[in-house]
Design a protein around this ligand. Structure first.
Ligand code: G3H
Ligand code: 13P
Ligand code: ZN
Length: 311
């Protein structure tokens, strides 16, 4: 099956009350872990590439690795640019074969966000690509942008209709209490999502796919492995999976998960070296990392997203 856009997968996800996982990739093992998990669960999947991933791996490598994954897969796969900062990076990704891009001008003033998003939409749609934009501000770190918790801003439901109408965007990322990174909240805090805002947005935009960024849950069992084997990850909690499940049953069709996969990958490598200090063949520890990441993706698909058997 060739690379697809997210159009069809979102339509089915909206109607079926589930969400598609959008997982960040930086190298071959990550792509394999995610795609093997999606195939075993018979789930559609989105592979997403940030500007940092482009810098790390060279987008040409990632595109070819993803094409290899697609050739050996039986599930729909979309290739998405995560947090595109300007028109140029979106254009480069579209020209390179991405089927979906995010233009993230959410930190810019309203008119500017609309203008730049509109420009990306025009180019993308002329090239068979779909576009995600963002309204509202999440706390946390994305590439070089660090939004302090005080500057975070929930999406205003009164603005979404006008934004979508003026930009022609295909999906919308909103801020309802999620946050980027592995250190979202302190233990004891109660990180509930503002599902009332999501509900309002759903009413204003019927049948329109909503996206949640910063949706890692910070798996305590994997953090414990990291810390057991020489790591020092501070105590932190993420977005409860029960909250994400509720959002997936509502208008949310795409849920972005990166940090949880990073923690799983790192936990496996730390454990591997602690148990096999003599090992030096990267296939041994990267193989373990790939396996633990795959297990994490399967868990998300089956227990959080609800996208198993929807391919
Ligand atoms: O939201 C950002 C993603 O987790 C990507 O992170 O910019 O460090 O690649 P990155
Ligand atoms: P997490 O840091 O919560 O995994 O969020 C990832 C993300 O939103 C990628 O765009
Ligand atoms: Zn994000």
């Amino acid at each position: 099956m060739p690379l697809v856009t997210t159009k069809e997968m979102f339509k089915k996800a909206y109607e079926g009350g589930y969400a598609i996982g959008a997982f960040n990739v930086n190298n071959m093992e990550m792509i394999q872990a995610i795609v093997e998990a999606a195939n075993e669960c018979k789930s559609p999947v989105i592979l997403q590439v940030s500007a940092g991933a482009r810098k790390y791996a060279n987008p040409t490598y990632l595109i070819h690795l993803v094409k290899a994954a697609v050739e050996t897969s039986e599930v729909p796969i979309a290739l998405h640019l995560d947090h595109g900062a300007d028109f140029e990076i979106c254009k480069a990704s579209i020209d390179g074969g991405f089927t979906s891009v995010m233009i993230d001008a959410s930190s810019k003033p309203w008119e500017e966000n609309i203008a730049i998003t509109r420009q990306v939409v025009e180019y993308a749609h002329a090239h068979g690509c779909v576009v995600e934009a963002e309204l509202g501000k999440l706390a946390g770190i994305e590439d070089d942008v660090n939004v302090a918790a005080d500057d975070a801003m929930f999406t205003n439901p009164n603005e979404v209709q006008e934004f979508v109408a003026k930009t022609g965007v295909d999906s919308l990322a909103i801020a309802i209490g999620t946050s980027h990174g592995a250190y979202k909240f302190k233990p004891g805090q109660d990180p509930k999502l503002r599902l009332d805002i999501l509900e309002e947005i759903g009413k204003r935009l019927p049948e329109f796919p909503i996206v949640l960024h910063g949706a890692s849950s910070v798996p305590q069992d994997k953090v414990a492995i990291v810390n057991q084997f020489g790591g020092h990850m501070p105590d932190a909690i993420g977005i409860p999976e029960s909250e994400l499940k509720k959002a997936a049953a509502m208008a949310v069709c795409k849920i972005n998960i990166d940090s949880d996969l990073r923690v799983a990958f790192t936990a496996a490598i730390r454990k591997h070296f602690a148990e096999h200090p003599d090992h030096f063949d990267p296939r041994q520890y990267l193989g373990d990392a790939r396996a633990m990441m795959k297990e994490m993706v399967k868990h998300k698909i089956i227990n959080v997203l609800g996208s198993a058997n929807k391919a």
